[in-house]
Design a protein around this ligand. Structure first.
Ligand code: SF4
Length: 301
């Protein structure tokens, strides 16, 4: 007889129990208690910070100190209740003196996050600060180069921004963090309810464009593989990354070809150019067009 299915809350509690008794890295030696993270098992949005501070270490809960209160205010400002999101950290035991966790400590703790994510299956992951950004997006990623823009990787959205603790020390970072949260809300508005792009609501389309007039991709030739051109001049800066533009293009094409529901499309070639056809980075103000090949890769059923 098959073993009974483990529900999400139980699976998360099992992982939390392991974290509370973990001794995999030296950070366990000075902790009062480990901080596994908290939130509902079906949370569509996951926040990952750096590590517990003094108050988190005392209470065993994430983001309950000054940085946590700022996070609560930021969530409130974009109308997302804290109770609907899952909040955790890259390392689950407080680094002494709130120092940055060492790479070997991050590596030791990361498998817990991977397991929590396989239970939660969040649609959007928000990375708070450089430590979480490097741990999840790669050690070569610089926060200043990736923050405030959506990235699409491994079937979900990633969005990096400053850690609220850094914003407490700098007014300019606090303003940037607030603007990034507005962009995060834009991403959430686009993502919610879009598993089936045929049901994309007009309001979601208007979140994709800074310009009030949305533009649709145009299929320029069709022979198994579709060749598509899309004027992206008006796309909001939130979505001006190669991976985000490719994902949005894929969804637009799916939506246009709703008769072929169930077909999975993949963007196999992508070129981002200025008006004269010269390749430019997606965030460049000169970036106006996206040319792509989109190929059916089988049925989604
Ligand atoms: S930081 Fe993570 S890996 Fe290190 S002891 Fe704590 S729970 Fe274990």
């Amino acid at each position: 007889m098959a073993p009974p299915a483990v529900d999400g809350a139980e699976a998360l509690e099992r992982i939390a129990r392991e974290i509370r008794s973990c001794t995999r890295c030296p950070l366990h030696q000075q902790r009062t208690q480990a901080v596994p993270g908290e939130g509902p098992p079906d949370a569509p949005l996951l926040f990952v910070g750096e590590g517990p501070g003094a108050e988190e270490d005392q209470q065993g809960r994430p983001f309950v100190g000054a940085a946590g209160r700022l996070l609560d205010r930021l969530l409130g400002s974009i109308r997302i209740p804290r109770e609907r999101v899952f909040i955790t950290n890259t390392v689950r035991c407080r680094p002494p003196g709130n120092r940055e966790p060492h790479p070997d400590e991050v590596a030791a703790c990361l498998p817990y996050l991977v397991r929590q994510m396989s239970v939660l299956r969040p649609r959007v992951v928000c990375l708070l600060g450089a430590t979480a950004t490097r741990a999840l997006l790669g050690s070569d990623q610089k926060l200043n180069q990736v923050r405030g823009r959506a990235l699409r990787e491994g079937g979900r959205w990633w969005f990096a921004t400053y850690h609220p603790a850094a914003a407490l020390r700098s007014a300019s970072l606090a303003n940037a963090l607030q603007e990034d949260f507005r962009r995060l809300r834009r991403l959430v508005d686009v993502e919610w309810g879009t598993d089936d792009p045929a049901r994309w609501k007009p309001g979601a389309l208007h979140k994709i464009f800074a310009d009030p007039q949305p533009t649709e991709p145009v299929v320029v030739s069709e022979a198994g593989t579709l060749r598509v051109s899309w004027e992206v001049r008006g796309v909001h800066p939130t979505f001006r990354t190669e991976s985000a533009l490719a994902e949005l293009l894929r969804r637009f094409v799916l939506r246009q070809r709703r008769a072929e529901a169930g077909v999975v499309l993949e963007v196999v070639k992508l070129q981002i150019t200025d008006a004269s056809g010269r390749p430019v980075p997606p965030e460049s103000p000169d970036c106006t067009h996206l040319h792509a090949e989109v190929s059916p890769v089988g049925s989604g059923e």
